[in-house]
Design a protein around this ligand. Structure first.
Ligand SMILES: [Fe+2]
Length: 187
Protein backbone atom coordinates (compact mmCIF):
# COMPACT_ATOMS: atom_id res chain seq x y z
CA UNK A 1 0.00 0.00 0.00
CA UNK A 2 1.08 3.59 -0.64
CA UNK A 3 3.07 4.71 2.38
CA UNK A 4 2.87 8.48 2.82
CA UNK A 5 5.85 8.70 5.20
CA UNK A 6 7.96 6.72 2.77
CA UNK A 7 6.80 8.88 -0.14
CA UNK A 8 7.72 12.08 1.73
CA UNK A 9 11.11 10.61 2.68
CA UNK A 10 11.74 9.60 -0.95
CA UNK A 11 10.84 13.09 -2.22
CA UNK A 12 13.06 14.71 0.43
CA UNK A 13 16.02 12.42 -0.33
CA UNK A 14 15.66 12.99 -4.07
CA UNK A 15 15.47 16.73 -3.61
CA UNK A 16 18.55 16.68 -1.34
CA UNK A 17 20.51 14.87 -4.07
CA UNK A 18 19.28 17.05 -6.94
CA UNK A 19 17.43 20.35 -6.63
CA UNK A 20 15.72 19.94 -10.00
CA UNK A 21 12.31 18.34 -10.25
CA UNK A 22 13.35 15.71 -12.80
CA UNK A 23 13.97 12.96 -10.28
CA UNK A 24 11.05 13.94 -8.02
CA UNK A 25 8.88 13.31 -11.08
CA UNK A 26 10.15 9.72 -11.09
CA UNK A 27 9.18 9.32 -7.41
CA UNK A 28 5.66 10.59 -8.20
CA UNK A 29 5.44 8.44 -11.36
CA UNK A 30 6.33 5.33 -9.33
CA UNK A 31 3.60 6.14 -6.79
CA UNK A 32 0.78 6.74 -9.30
CA UNK A 33 1.83 3.73 -11.40
CA UNK A 34 -0.18 1.78 -8.83
CA UNK A 35 -3.37 3.85 -8.44
CA UNK A 36 -5.23 1.31 -6.29
CA UNK A 37 -2.38 1.41 -3.80
CA UNK A 38 -2.61 5.24 -3.59
CA UNK A 39 -6.40 4.99 -3.21
CA UNK A 40 -5.92 2.55 -0.31
CA UNK A 41 -3.31 4.79 1.29
CA UNK A 42 -5.04 8.16 0.88
CA UNK A 43 -8.65 6.99 0.75
CA UNK A 44 -11.24 7.34 -2.00
CA UNK A 45 -11.68 11.06 -2.84
CA UNK A 46 -14.94 12.30 -1.37
CA UNK A 47 -14.47 16.02 -0.98
CA UNK A 48 -12.83 18.61 -3.24
CA UNK A 49 -9.91 20.41 -1.64
CA UNK A 50 -6.21 21.11 -1.40
CA UNK A 51 -5.54 18.47 1.24
CA UNK A 52 -2.13 19.07 2.75
CA UNK A 53 0.11 16.01 3.15
CA UNK A 54 3.43 17.75 3.79
CA UNK A 55 4.64 21.36 4.01
CA UNK A 56 8.11 22.84 4.35
CA UNK A 57 10.07 25.75 2.93
CA UNK A 58 11.30 23.84 -0.09
CA UNK A 59 8.66 21.16 -0.58
CA UNK A 60 4.87 20.90 -0.39
CA UNK A 61 2.87 17.75 -1.08
CA UNK A 62 -0.88 17.99 -1.58
CA UNK A 63 -3.64 15.53 -2.24
CA UNK A 64 -5.65 17.69 -4.67
CA UNK A 65 -9.21 16.51 -5.13
CA UNK A 66 -11.22 18.10 -7.94
CA UNK A 67 -15.02 18.07 -7.76
CA UNK A 68 -16.84 16.68 -10.82
CA UNK A 69 -16.67 19.15 -13.73
CA UNK A 70 -14.83 21.72 -11.61
CA UNK A 71 -12.61 24.35 -13.29
CA UNK A 72 -10.01 26.53 -11.61
CA UNK A 73 -8.84 29.86 -13.09
CA UNK A 74 -5.51 30.34 -14.86
CA UNK A 75 -2.84 30.80 -12.17
CA UNK A 76 0.89 30.48 -11.64
CA UNK A 77 2.88 28.87 -8.82
CA UNK A 78 6.31 30.55 -9.11
CA UNK A 79 7.86 27.17 -8.30
CA UNK A 80 8.13 23.86 -10.12
CA UNK A 81 5.40 21.28 -9.65
CA UNK A 82 4.68 17.65 -10.44
CA UNK A 83 1.10 16.48 -10.96
CA UNK A 84 0.52 12.74 -10.51
CA UNK A 85 -3.01 11.46 -11.22
CA UNK A 86 -4.18 8.44 -9.22
CA UNK A 87 -7.86 8.55 -10.17
CA UNK A 88 -9.92 10.43 -12.76
CA UNK A 89 -8.71 13.09 -15.18
CA UNK A 90 -7.27 16.60 -15.30
CA UNK A 91 -7.39 18.75 -18.42
CA UNK A 92 -4.72 21.42 -18.25
CA UNK A 93 -4.66 24.52 -20.46
CA UNK A 94 -1.29 26.25 -20.51
CA UNK A 95 -1.20 30.02 -20.99
CA UNK A 96 1.47 32.54 -21.93
CA UNK A 97 1.73 36.25 -21.30
CA UNK A 98 1.09 38.50 -24.30
CA UNK A 99 3.95 41.04 -24.39
CA UNK A 100 2.77 44.64 -24.00
CA UNK A 101 -0.79 43.63 -23.12
CA UNK A 102 -0.81 44.74 -19.49
CA UNK A 103 -0.74 41.22 -18.11
CA UNK A 104 -3.14 39.49 -20.45
CA UNK A 105 -2.56 35.84 -21.36
CA UNK A 106 -3.35 33.69 -24.36
CA UNK A 107 -3.72 29.92 -24.58
CA UNK A 108 -0.45 28.27 -25.53
CA UNK A 109 -1.18 24.57 -25.25
CA UNK A 110 -3.11 21.87 -23.48
CA UNK A 111 -2.52 18.50 -21.95
CA UNK A 112 -5.03 15.84 -20.99
CA UNK A 113 -3.75 14.04 -17.92
CA UNK A 114 -4.99 10.54 -17.11
CA UNK A 115 -4.59 8.08 -14.28
CA UNK A 116 -0.89 7.10 -13.86
CA UNK A 117 0.38 10.28 -15.59
CA UNK A 118 3.06 12.30 -13.74
CA UNK A 119 3.44 15.68 -15.44
CA UNK A 120 6.21 18.15 -14.59
CA UNK A 121 5.37 21.87 -14.65
CA UNK A 122 8.19 24.40 -14.88
CA UNK A 123 8.73 27.32 -12.51
CA UNK A 124 7.01 29.87 -14.75
CA UNK A 125 4.04 27.81 -15.91
CA UNK A 126 0.58 29.43 -16.02
CA UNK A 127 -2.21 26.88 -16.18
CA UNK A 128 -5.91 26.33 -15.60
CA UNK A 129 -7.36 22.97 -14.68
CA UNK A 130 -10.68 21.28 -15.40
CA UNK A 131 -11.92 17.97 -14.12
CA UNK A 132 -13.91 16.95 -17.23
CA UNK A 133 -15.62 13.87 -15.76
CA UNK A 134 -18.70 13.48 -13.51
CA UNK A 135 -16.76 12.03 -10.58
CA UNK A 136 -13.95 13.18 -8.30
CA UNK A 137 -10.41 13.37 -9.64
CA UNK A 138 -7.53 12.77 -7.24
CA UNK A 139 -3.94 13.85 -7.82
CA UNK A 140 -0.76 14.06 -5.80
CA UNK A 141 0.74 17.50 -6.41
CA UNK A 142 4.34 18.08 -5.36
CA UNK A 143 5.68 21.66 -5.34
CA UNK A 144 9.28 22.84 -5.08
CA UNK A 145 8.59 25.38 -2.34
CA UNK A 146 6.08 26.34 0.33
CA UNK A 147 2.81 26.39 -1.61
CA UNK A 148 0.94 28.18 1.19
CA UNK A 149 3.47 30.91 1.89
CA UNK A 150 2.19 34.20 0.56
CA UNK A 151 4.23 34.92 -2.51
CA UNK A 152 3.60 37.13 -5.46
CA UNK A 153 1.43 34.57 -7.18
CA UNK A 154 -1.11 35.64 -9.81
CA UNK A 155 -4.36 34.45 -11.24
CA UNK A 156 -6.07 35.58 -14.42
CA UNK A 157 -9.67 36.71 -14.70
CA UNK A 158 -11.65 34.02 -16.54
CA UNK A 159 -13.50 36.57 -18.70
CA UNK A 160 -10.89 39.22 -19.45
CA UNK A 161 -7.79 37.00 -19.02
CA UNK A 162 -6.15 39.91 -17.18
CA UNK A 163 -3.67 39.32 -14.37
CA UNK A 164 -4.52 39.94 -10.72
CA UNK A 165 -3.11 38.87 -7.35
CA UNK A 166 -3.96 35.32 -6.27
CA UNK A 167 -5.82 35.28 -2.98
CA UNK A 168 -5.05 31.89 -1.33
CA UNK A 169 -8.16 32.04 0.89
CA UNK A 170 -10.44 32.75 -2.05
CA UNK A 171 -8.83 29.79 -3.78
CA UNK A 172 -9.74 27.50 -0.86
CA UNK A 173 -13.29 28.93 -0.90
CA UNK A 174 -13.65 27.94 -4.56
CA UNK A 175 -13.11 24.30 -3.59
CA UNK A 176 -15.79 24.65 -0.92
CA UNK A 177 -18.14 26.22 -3.48
CA UNK A 178 -17.47 23.26 -5.77
CA UNK A 179 -18.37 20.91 -2.91
CA UNK A 180 -21.61 22.84 -2.31
CA UNK A 181 -22.55 22.68 -6.03
CA UNK A 182 -21.82 18.94 -6.06
CA UNK A 183 -23.88 18.33 -2.88
CA UNK A 184 -26.78 20.32 -4.39
CA UNK A 185 -26.62 18.33 -7.63
CA UNK A 186 -26.98 15.19 -5.54
CA UNK A 187 -30.14 16.65 -3.96
FE1 LIG B 1 -1.78 24.93 -10.30
Amino acid sequence: MFDLDRFIADCRATLAADQSHKHVREVVARAVADPSSVLSGLGEPKRAGLHKLYQSNDLTILNVVWAPMMTILPHNHNMWAIIGIYTGREDNIFWRRIPGSGGRVEAAGAKALCEKDAEPLGHNIIHSVTNPIPRFTGAIHVYGGDFFKPTRRSEWDPETLLEGPLDPERNVRRFEEANAIFAKSRG
